[in-house]
Design a protein around this ligand. Structure first.
Ligand SMILES: NC(=O)c1ccc[n+]([C@@H]2O[C@H](COP(=O)([O-])OP(=O)(O)OC[C@H]3O[C@@H](n4cnc5c(N)ncnc54)[C@H](O)[C@@H]3O)[C@@H](O)[C@H]2O)c1
Length: 242
């Protein structure tokens, strides 16, 4: 039996990167997976590979969230897991961050997570069970010098996770955050840092594959993590320990 057997799971930003790997892994573990993104072609192809269902969802759009959750609940009867994975990165210092960039980053990384949690909290609360996994970052645990808006948004994800976890705990809904370090996806390329320089400070001496984050997301999505809520889970090769 799979570790997510029969669970209905929704993953945002699942057209590529970590979200795509999570979708495939969750499906292999027996989940019914809904993949969402704004990259519709890639998202649909990924859904086919994961034997899941793709829907367009811009995480900033409240109406799209309502329509999707309504569809999932009417087709599958419930929603067990939400992985708030969609995110964007901008590299600018605080002084160089434009209002537009700040709003864009907060819109996807912060507002998107809030709207997602709020959209699924109703059906999860009614069912008396659910797991929400919010993808923050190491940038949500320490200064993100040179990525001001991004770091701000990821600290907000960490904070929202804790408050939502406490508010929903008595209703059987768990909320946790994952804090990845350097993960080999398109986003890492946006750092424009020489790979050797990047990994020099990482105790394990390397970047991580998306699967190494997906394995942690799987644990938090599953009932194996039944006593964890409001917690931070770091997957960074020891970077935050130095
Ligand atoms: N790669 C890293 O090193 C790293 C480190 C720490 C945290 N993270 C976080 O991990 C998560 C996944 O990122 P990734 O590394 O897979 O990068 P990625 O860029 O490959 O994937 C991000 C996905 O989010 C989607 N997305 C962007 N804006 C969206 C919107 N408005 N609505 C819906 N989807 C949208 C993109 O289309 C893309 O498919 C992000 O939240 C990111 O901040 C990444």
């Amino acid at each position: 039996m799979g570790r997510l057997e029969g669970k209905v799971c929704l993953i945002t930003g699942a057209a590529r990167g970590q979200g795509a790997v999570e979708a495939k892994l969750f499906a292999e573990e027996g989940a019914k997976v809904w993949l969402t993104d704004v990259l519709d072609e890639a998202g649909a192809a990924m859904a086919e590979a994961a034997q899941g269902t793709y829907r367009h969802l811009d995480v900033r759009n409240e109406d799209e969230w309502s329509a999707l959750i309504e569809e999932i609940v009417s087709r599958d009867g419930r929603i067990d897991v939400l992985v708030n994975n969609a995110g964007i990165f901008r590299s600018d210092t605080m002084l160089d961050t434009s209002l537009e960039d700040f709003r864009n980053v907060m819109g996807v990384n912060c507002l998107g997570v809030f709207l997602g949690m709020r959209a699924v909290a109703g059906p999860m609360r009614d069912a008396g069970a659910g797991s929400i996994v919010n993808i923050s970052s190491l940038a949500g645990m320490q200064a993100a010098s040179g990525a001001f808006a991004y770091g701000t948004s990821k600290w907000a994800v960490r904070g929202m996770t804790k408050t939502a976890a406490v508010e929903l705990a008595r209703r059987g809904v768990r909320v946790n955050s994952i804090h990845p370090g350097l993960i080999e996806t398109d986003m890492l390329d946006q750092l424009h840092v020489d790979p050797e320089r990047m990994t020099r400070r990482v105790p394990l001496g390397r970047t991580a594959t998306a699967m190494e984050v997906a394995n942690l997301a799987l644990y938090l999505a599953s009932d194996e993590s039944s006593y964890s809520t409001g917690s931070e889970f770091v997957v960074d090769g020891g970077l935050s320990a130095v």
